[in-house]
Write a protein that binds this ligand. Structure first.
Ligand code: BT5
Length: 252
């Protein structure tokens, strides 16, 4: 059960970093690390995650599952997508707010980022693998409290709902949504999760610009999310590319 072992801290550099250390020391499946504040909260590609005290949810969930080596790449591709789906659903269940997912794992309300996800793993090569799903969800931060560079591009549950929300209730709902979907995925209900993800994914059908890891860019229309979790983009020259990693921008 996710959260049966719970580490709660006032302040850590990064819940993901602490969760990875705990994983390497043998922490059990479902261990959750929560911190009120992060002094070095991390986004993808070394980016910073703004994590002030007393406002938002910063948590990292350790998934220690037995996944046959051949299926591990698929599992690794899907954990961030499942975490995004679970976060979006939890916000809707608890606060009644509809959000969408920008592929692969940004949770958005009207083009502003409500939550972000950073997944990290270790232990490839054996059947037992440890994946850390780190989730940063803006809960009670007010617009004027965001630093200048985030004010126009970020939002929070409180901004959208017009009142503060209980971070613990959101965490509990998130753990439940995440657990049921991880189990369904590993039990073979991959197609159901893909369908659910596609329904929430605002990227499908959009014109997109994708900045790829190697510094290349491609532009076209996002057609679908593929069973392997990649985003299929039909480019303007008629070719089709399945994007596995990259930063996606919705283009108007
Ligand atoms: C992410 O990266 O969106 C992943 C964020 C994961 C944070 C969680 S918190 C718990 C756990 N422990 C960690 O150390 N990390 C995880 P990326 O897609 O690279 O987006 C990063 C970008 O989002 C930044 O460059 C900013 O533009 C923006 N950003 C930073 N802080 C934000 C915030 N609080 N709300 C919205 N946008 C933010």
């Amino acid at each position: 059960m996710l959260g049966r072992t719970l580490h709660v801290h006032d302040e850590v550099p990064s819940t993901n970093t602490l969760a990875m250390t705990l994983a390497q020391d043998g922490a059990p499946h479902g261990t959750v690390v929560v911190a009120d504040r992060q002094t070095a909260g991390r986004g993808r590609l070394g980016r910073h995650w703004h994590s002030p005290s007393g406002k938002n949810l910063h948590c990292s969930i350790l998934l220690r599952m037995n996944v046959p080596t051949a299926r591990q790449p698929l599992w690794l591709s899907w954990v961030p997508l499942i975490a995004a789906l679970a976060t979006s659903r939890a916000v809707q269940t608890v606060a009644g707010l509809k959000s969408s997912v920008k592929w692969p794992n940004d949770i958005m309300i009207a083009d502003q980022k409500l939550a972000g996800i950073l997944c990290e793993s270790s232990g490839l090569g054996t059947d037992e693998m440890a994946v850390i799903a780190g989730i940063g969800l803006n809960v009670n931060i007010r617009r004027e409290e965001f630093p200048d560079e985030l004010r126009a591009i970020a939002t929070s549950v409180a901004i959208e709902a017009g009142r503060p929300w209980d971070r613990t209730a959101l965490l509990a709902a998130l753990l439940l949504e995440f657990e049921t979907r991880c189990e369904a995925f590993l039990a073979g209900h991959h197609g159901d999760i893909l369908t659910e993800y596609m329904v929430r994914c605002a990227t499908v059908g959009q014109r997109v610009r994708v900045e790829l890891a190697q510094g290349n860019t491609l532009q076209g229309r996002a057609q679908s999310v593929q069973p392997d979790g990649s985003l299929r983009v039909a480019q303007d020259d008629g070719t089709t590319t399945d994007v596995r990693t990259g930063d996606v921008f919705h283009v108007r």
